[in-house]
Design a protein around this ligand. Structure first.
Ligand SMILES: [Zn+2]
Length: 71
């Protein structure tokens, strides 16, 4: 059993780990953005493929979905 199992992590120690988890999620977003930059899908919505507004990308460079799908 891996200690990186997300289900196990969140169900056993959510209070102590919530800050670390939030940080990890943000880091994950950035890493995903970098990967998408590499494969040429950066700046497009993961759901519908529409180009994400420059305004959104300026505020959230790690944005993965367009306005319509980000709510
Ligand atoms: Zn979309």
């Amino acid at each position: 059993m891996s200690d990186l199992d997300p289900d196990l992590e969140t169900s056993t120690a959510i209070d102590e780990r919530v800050e670390a988890t939030q940080f990890r999620v943000e880091l994950d977003d950035v890493e995903t953005a970098l990967t998408r930059l590499d494969d040429g899908t950066y700046g497009t919505c993961q759901v519908c493929g529409t180009a994400i507004d420059d305004e959104v990308l300026t505020q959230r460079p790690q944005a993965r979905v367009c306005d319509e799908h980000s709510a």
